[in-house]
Design a protein around this ligand. Sequence first.
Ligand SMILES: [Zn+2]
Length: 347
Amino acid sequence: MRDQLEGILRELYEVRDRIKNADELETFRVKFLGRKGILREFAQSFKDATEEEKRTIGNHFNKVKQEVEDTLADLTEKFKKRERVRFDFTYPGKTPLVGYRHLMSLELERVKDIFASLGFSSYGGYEIVTEYENFDSLNIPKNHPARDMWDTLWIDQKEKGEDQTETEKTKYLFRTHTSAYQVKLLKEQGVPLRAIIPGKVFRHEATDRTHDFEFHQIEGLVIDEGANIAELKYVLESFYRAYFGKDLKIRLRPGYFPFVEPGLEVDLGCIFCKGKGCLTCKKTGFIEVAGAGMVHPSVLQESGIDPDSHYGYAFGLGLGRAVMLKYGISDIRLLHSADFRFIEQFR
Ligand SMILES: [Zn+2]
């Protein structure tokens, strides 16, 4: 029986060096330690041995069994480590998230390009402006009822009482329109001027499908000796035709804005029904898209320009409105939402 044990041990040494992976190790385990394995079989035959044999051989048997179990434990550990560093080179890689421009940024570029082709330069302006820039300079003095046309977001400022300096008295607000940059721009650039001022404007009002507290406006400002309403109409018509790629008509109606005289409401021939009347244009054939007019003489004066020698026209159009019409977007709030289901459609 002792020889038998020696045989088992020899077999163990031979086999264990040839085990290359977890599957082969499992075969090894079944062969030596399984229910019908070599060690179990030996133990069975061992039952009939004498007390003397049991003592000497038993001791030896336990050593061989221990050797087999140690081998199993060592190799299990070894293959576990290999498992951890296993790398499947054929597995498809993860595509990294790459940034892209937002719909509104792309559309703004298109708008700038079209106006550039009409001779307009683009200027920035600030989103937080003074009360003077947003109202006073645009012929809207304090307590003028026209101020109520804009629900304004004011910046909170500490009252310092009588000792307040003039600078400290300056009230700041989120611009309610891009027109807030008109006077400053004219003072900086002088005349003649052909400019657009694109940017975000802010209103303190509840939101719904067609209103948002933050939206994009494109201001247009032209000051030149020959500037007139016919040219204004031509510029707007050319812009909308280029933007929508359709032969569209512009309709001007009288409107009121304190910083223009005369003031005009700008309607665009409906892009969906070509003037026949549909749900979008409420059966009128036209959609309101902008406000415009001839720059008020007091605004020219405020900018240091002689209203007798220079004329100018201005317009303010909603970029969001145009984008919504172009892509059939029904809710303006989507334009600055973080909803990827929406944003990703315009990659
Ligand atoms: Zn229509």
